[in-house]
Design a protein around this ligand. Structure first.
Ligand code: THU
Length: 148
């Protein structure tokens, strides 16, 4: 089952593929403190996929979200242009909930993606998903243009 809301940009076939990749990445989550495991799959404009998982830390502060892991992997490999990201997360009591990106991850996305053109596909562990544009998730964000 698939619930589509708002943006519909990469198409259902690609969205499903990204959700599957995000769920596979979620298997690698290192979340011994929250037990909330998250995976992400980031699609570049030329069709490459970079995955990421959340990586927690005993000092809590250094923990990194799945979305940022995917972005930092991709950017560190020279990627700068992105179409979409899928994110799938749930805790031990997985009741089908959706994990939407935190504010810090939205800000990192905004550094590299145009708000109206970047699709965020939000999935649960059953693979159900819906989409938002980055602009819907982060309206009136602060970005590079503010520093010009
Ligand atoms: N987390 C993510 O990786 N992505 C999200 O979209 C929401 C939260 C992680 C951070 C932390 O490791 C755990 O989920 C609980 O907040």
């Amino acid at each position: 089952m698939c619930i589509r809301k708002g943006a519909d940009m990469v198409g259902e076939e690609t969205a499903k593929r990204l959700v599957q990749e995000a769920l596979a990445a979620r298997e690698k989550a290192y979340a011994p403190y929250s037990h909330f495991r998250v995976g992400a799959a980031l699609l570049t404009k030329d069709g490459r996929i970079y995955t990421g998982c959340n990586i927690e830390n005993a000092a809590y502060g250094p923990s990194n979200c799945a979305e940022r892991t995917a972005f930092f992997k991709a950017v560190s490999e020279g990627e700068r242009s992105f179409q979409a990201i899928a994110v799938a997360g749930a805790g031990e009591k997985d009741d089908g909930q959706y994990a939407t990106p935190c504010g810090v991850c939205r800000q990192v996305m905004a550094e590299f993606c145009r708000p109206g053109e970047f699709e965020v596909i939000i999935a649960n562990t059953a693979g159900e998903h819906y989409s938002r544009t980055l602009g819907e998730l982060l309206p009136d964000g602060f970005g590079a243009a503010n520093l010009e």
